[in-house]
Unconditional design. Structure first.
Length: 703
């Protein structure tokens, strides 16, 4: 059964279909039995998997190769050459084009599918892009590439990674069938326990990071004393990852085995970087192409190359390949040649120099010789597997902490490893089954995130309606209440004015700006020359470095928003050109390009802004892409401008929260107040800016 703990309403598994309204509170307070949990979340994973597969395959079917290449999701007419082996015995193939590579979305770390004729054939291999230049892409394969791949006119397609979905389903199954490290832990995730007794043996006498504030210290204590799980609520700029690292450090000091995860490779690398600075022995699980190049020497693949046991396996592997080349000179008993004969029958006939069933004695001798080689090759690969597993275990067991994405925690190399504590950073950006992948390996868990910012991105509409975008973090908070959560209350990013609205609207006024950032402005970054001429810029206001909060109102602009042909996204040319002008002027006044960020909710507006802003050092991205980032100056293009007052997915106010908490010293909102302020929260934000900053009509900036 499943029920919500508030009203104890019992629902059978057949009633699951009704749990799909927009009432997030209903979905997030659901309690499950194991059978229903498995059925419910397996269905959602399959819906999302099918949607991602469908989107790729529909596009491949719908578009010609040239059209898909034009959209940046395929590369045609490639030639391939063998480029040796890479980390962990992978096979490297370099794909080149004489005319150069087209503009493509395929980038380092992406999974691609290789084909010659039918790109949707099940026989087409997958590989990972590990290097990209103007004329080539280097692809890593786990299996030895087929010979056809080295012909001309080969096609590469950006494709879905099915591994993560399989690992989610496996983790759900583990939970449902108690195949986990701690049954008590996973049971507490499904339904509410009456009590969660704290561990009294978690006293902390000293902190590794002496600069932690009081809320961070208290949070670390709560995490270490929690019997099963604890949640770290880290609003923007409050040092969530730093607090996670301190929890890990304290656990290591207490001789606990540690697994540290996050949904994205970038978030994992942030953990690795901070732990390495603390001189911890870190093993980073995951494909080296997806690891920050500066941190690759801590990746498992790199460390294996330095391991004597693994090197011995590598030498034996080369012997196996040499034998395979010799074996290829003889006929292997497959297909037409076997004719129902067993291996022992083939060898026996060959030893007696006899033919059988239309097969000559010479051919049988060849087949027997091939079988002898195969037995030797099989023996060598058995030895290789044993040595490689030994090397992997040596490295993992000697590590202070193993770091990986949630998905990579389900890799086969960690199948037999269990951990005392698992820390999951950015947990609110992960769907629940994603978090389960590392959780099933641990005795206790700590999850860090901010459920007031953007949730996981879910492609399938039905899955989202059924609650797939609700993180485990959010569900546990709804189920157990504030007692399982600690709030980090001091932020070190925004000055007090920029912080003000989010603090009031999303964090109940509990945040405080640290003294080091409370009053900082762009004035601190500008030269004396700018200070001398700033009085001449006062009529424009927008360039005043002491003014931190500005809304440039485009309500009188006649152009408004538009949609490109065939696109469901939006763009606003007037806003884009206005931002281009402002950015250009700030650079002329001496602000470093790398200190400027431009954000928009819409992908088409992002592309338009990219085309207008010339400096490659200015970061332009969607709200979703900018989450977790910060800049000294941030300009936000709200984009929407129409007579109906339609604001689309701007209604998800977490998107607003992310947008306005990326700036450290100056935030400039560019938007049509008559459109967006029909929503009461945007209206409240507009009023907040008018009281604590300035509102500037867009036509004034154009002067």
């Amino acid at each position: 059964m499943i029920c919500t703990h508030e009203n104890a309403a019992i629902m059978d598994k057949d009633d699951l279909a009704i749990i799909q309204p927009g009432d997030i509170s209903t979905i997030s307070t659901v309690e499950f039995d194991k059978e229903t949990y498995e059925q419910y979340f397996s269905e959602l994973v399959q819906l999302e998997r099918n949607e991602e597969m469908r989107r790729h395959e529909q596009e491949i079917k719908k578009l010609s190769g040239k059209e898909r290449e034009k959209r940046g999701r395929a590369i045609l007419n490639c030639s391939a050459r063998n480029d040796g082996t890479g980390y962990g015995g992978t096979f490297l193939v370099k794909f080149v084009r004489k005319q150069g590579m087209p503009d493509t979305e395929i980038s380092v770390g992406d999974l691609v599918r290789i084909s010659k004729h039918n790109p949707l054939s099940d026989r087409n291999p997958y590989g990972t892009a590990i290097e990209k230049t103007g004329h080539s892409i280097l692809i890593s394969f786990n299996e030895k590439p087929a010979k056809w791949m080295f012909h001309k006119r080969v096609r590469l397609d950006l494709y879905v990674n099915d591994v993560t979905f399989k690992r989610m389903l496996q983790a759900i199954k583990y939970v449902a069938h108690d195949q986990v490290k701690n049954i008590e832990l996973t049971s507490s995730l499904l339904s509410k326990r009456k009590s969660l007794t704290k561990n009294d043996n978690s006293e902390i006498f000293s902190f590794f990071n002496t600069r932690l504030n009081q809320s961070q210290k208290e949070t670390v204590k709560h995490c270490l004393s929690a019997p099963l799980f604890h949640l770290i609520h880290g609003p923007p700029g409050t040092g969530k990852t730093i607090t996670c690292v301190e929890v890990i450090e304290q656990a290591i000091k207490n001789d606990q085995t540690m697994l540290a995860c996050a949904d994205s490779n970038t978030a994992v690398d942030n953990l690795v970087e901070k732990l390495v600075k603390q001189k911890r022995r870190v093993v980073r699980i995951g494909h080296p192409a997806r690891v920050n190049p500066l941190l690759r020497k801590h990746s498992l693949d790199y460390l294996l190359e330095q391991n004597d046991t693994f090197q011995k396996a590598h030498q034996i592997r080369q012997k196996a390949y040499d034998l395979k080349e010799k074996q290829d000179q003889f006929t292997f008993p497959s297909g037409q040649w076997r004719r129902g004969l067993s291996n022992s029958q083939i060898k026996k006939l060959a030893s007696k120099n006899k033919g059988s069933r239309g097969i000559s004695s010479n051919k049988l001798k060849e087949m027997a010789t091939s079988l002898d080689y195969q037995e030797k090759i099989n023996g060598l690969f058995t030895e290789i597997d044993a040595l490689e597993n030994q090397a992997i275990n040596e490295l993992i067991e000697s590590a202070d902490v193993v770091c990986s994405t949630n998905s990579s925690a389900g890799a086969e190399i960690l199948a037999n490893h269990r951990f005392d504590l698992c820390v999951v950073d950015e947990a609110t950006q992960s769907c629940e089954p994603s978090c389960l992948i590392p959780i099933v390996k641990a005795d206790r868990i700590v999850m860090a995130g901010d459920h007031k910012q953007l949730p996981p991105t879910i492609l399938n509409e039905t899955a989202e309606q059924k609650g797939f975008s609700i993180s485990l973090f959010e569900r546990l908070l709804a189920l157990y209440g504030e007692k399982v959560k600690s709030l980090l209350s001091v932020q070190y990013r925004m000055n007090e004015k920029i912080m003000g609205f989010s603090n009031k609207q999303f964090y109940d006024g509990k945040l405080k700006a640290d003294e080091s950032v409370k009053y900082h402005t762009l004035q601190d970054l500008f030269s004396e020359w700018f200070s001398e001429i700033q009085s001449d810029l006062k009529p424009f206001n927008v360039f005043d470095p002491d003014q931190s909060l500005i809304w440039i109102d485009t309500k009188k602009n006649e152009l408004g928003e538009r949609s490109r042909f065939g696109s469901t996204s939006k763009e606003n040319v007037a806003e884009a050109k206005l931002i281009q002008k402002i950015v250009t002027q700030f650079i002329r006044l001496g602000l470093d390009s790398e200190d400027i960020g431009v954000i928009t909710p819409y992908y088409d507006q992002k592309k338009l802004l990219h085309s207008l802003i010339e400096s490659e050092y200015i970061e332009v991205d969607t709200v979703d892409g900018f989450q977790g980032r910060e800049k000294e100056l941030v300009l936000v293009s709200l984009t929407r401008s129409n007579l109906k007052g339609a604001i689309g997915f701007l209604k998800d106010l977490r998107r607003l929260n992310v947008s306005i908490t990326r700036a450290r010293r100056k935030l400039i909102i560019v938007g049509d107040s008559q459109t967006v302020c029909r929503n009461e929260t945007y209206e409240s934000f507009y009023d907040f800016v008018s009281q604590n900053g300035i509102i500037i009509p867009s036509e004034q900036v154009k002067k």
